[in-house]
Design a protein around this ligand. Structure first.
Ligand SMILES: *Cc1c(COP(=O)(O)O)cnc(C)c1O
Length: 401
């Protein structure tokens, strides 16, 4: 009898996806099976420096002992109890988030899209009590999620095509163009929703004039300023929240990605003046803010604080951007380096997907976005050596450009 052909573990895994998982993603033939710090390993034992962190999620890197311990301990105590009862961790987590931002209060959910849905519902409910305001102005090239409302909020036709009719009530303006937002606001507008640093849009920070002007404009016109901090929040930019670089405060903002360090959890934080908008029965989430999710997020906040990871994000981000700018001098295909803290974009003069592939072949995970941008989102625990190594790989990959 003939032996069946030996199959690599990766091929077995890929075959299952091909047969049984809907093809909403198109990953390369790599299965990640283990991680530690800023390193991950695939099913064939290959090592990668992870400068993607599960898309800005694994802020403490992989297998961080504080996060592992918090999850293990809480899992053995109480995983879930619904929001029909209090749990030990949700109120503490809410206090910690509110205390680091505008004060106020939180609602917990499970993802970025769900957090932005909560912001949208907050604005609608508030607007319904404020003279029938219900429309929301969002930015072109933004990204807010994949539910029907949040993909409509997302100012990119490519995520909307085929899903029409889209929910009504969204108007679009140009990011970093205050006049454009001003002309999009009407007496039906309840809120403006904006990212401090557009992530999927290509790592584009808001200009300081734009956000300061937007805050004034919203206050003058009686419109809420909502910020989507799902990607740029949780220390990624070197401060807890991206808007904290701009000397302004939003009326409410959303969080998810990095909040649980990989454990799914989303949240909105609402300024004190809006804390009474939602009343019992007006919004809910079965899994929102479980003891397990909140214990994980508390461990993330505590570790960022204790290990001074905001400072690390600022310092290592500067190292990464300086290093890329230095390479830029000798690589004509590198058009621009931009970003904030550990949210860094390298703009190429050509589509960036092949460069992302080359980086991966050389052992560095990064993410191509907005066609020509390579995005680096390392964990906040990244070391000087990790960044130096990543820069060596970028330099090596650039030889092929
Ligand atoms: C990823 C992202 C979202 C969507 O988050 P999900 O958890 O995938 O629903 C929303 N807004 C921004 C800015 C994001 O980067």
């Amino acid at each position: 009898m003939k032996e069946p052909p030996l199959q690599r573990a990766t091929d077995r895994i890929a075959e299952l996806y091909r047969r049984y998982v809907l093809p909403t993603y198109a990953p390369p033939s790599i299965a990640l099976v283990r991680g530690e710090g800023a390193l991950v390993w695939d099913a064939e034992g290959r090592e990668y420096l992870d400068f993607l962190a599960g898309i800005a999620v694994s802020v403490l890197g992989h297998a961080h002992p504080a996060l592992v311990r918090a999850i293990q301990q809480q899992a053995g105590r109480l995983i879930h109890c619904s929001n029909l009862y209090y749990n030990e961790h949700q109120g503490e987590l809410a206090r910690e988030l509110a205390g680091r931002s505008m004060g106020g209060a939180c609602f917990f959910c499970n993802s970025g899209a769900e957090a932005n849905e909560a912001l949208i519902k907050l604005a609608r409910l508030w607007g319904s009590k404020s003279g029938g305001r219900w429309r929301i102005v969002t930015m072109r090239n933004s990204f807010h999620g994949r539910t029907l409302a949040t993909l409509t909020a997302t100012g990119q036709a490519k995520v909307q095509r085929g899903f029409e009719p889209l929910p009504d009530g969204f108007d679009y303006a140009e990011f970093n163009d205050l006049d454009s937002v001003r002309s999009a606001i009407t007496d039906r507008t309840a809120a403006v929703l904006v990212e401090a640093v557009q992530g999927e849009g290509g790592v584009v920070p808001a200009s300081s004039g734009f956000l300061a002007g937007l805050r004034r404009l919203c206050t003058e016109t009686g419109v809420l300023l909502l910020m989507d901090e799902v990607q740029c929040g949780m220390g990624r930019t070197g401060r807890w929240f991206g808007w904290q670089h701009y000397g302004i405060e939003p009326d409410a903002f959303s969080l998810a990605k990095g909040l649980g360090g990989g454990f799914p959890i989303g949240a909105i934080v609402v300024a004190p003046g809006l804390a009474e908008v939602f009343q019992p029965g007006q919004h809910a989430s079965t899994f929102g803010g479980t003891p397990l999710a909140c214990a994980a997020a508390r461990a993330v906040l505590e570790t960022i604080e204790r290990d001074r990871l905001l400072d690390n994000a600022a310092v290592r981000g500067a190292q990464l951007m300086d290093g890329l700018r230095h390479l830029q001098k000798s690589v004509p295909a590198f058009v621009e380096v931009r970003g904030m803290g550990l949210m860094v974009g390298l703009v190429l003069d050509r589509p960036s997907k092949p460069f992302e592939t080359r980086l991966r072949e050389l052992g560095l995970l990064a993410l191509s976005t907005a066609d020509r941008v390579v995005r680096f989102l390392p964990p906040l625990i990244v070391s000087e050596r990790d960044v130096a190594r990543a820069l060596e790989i970028v330099a090596a990959a650039a030889l092929d450009l």
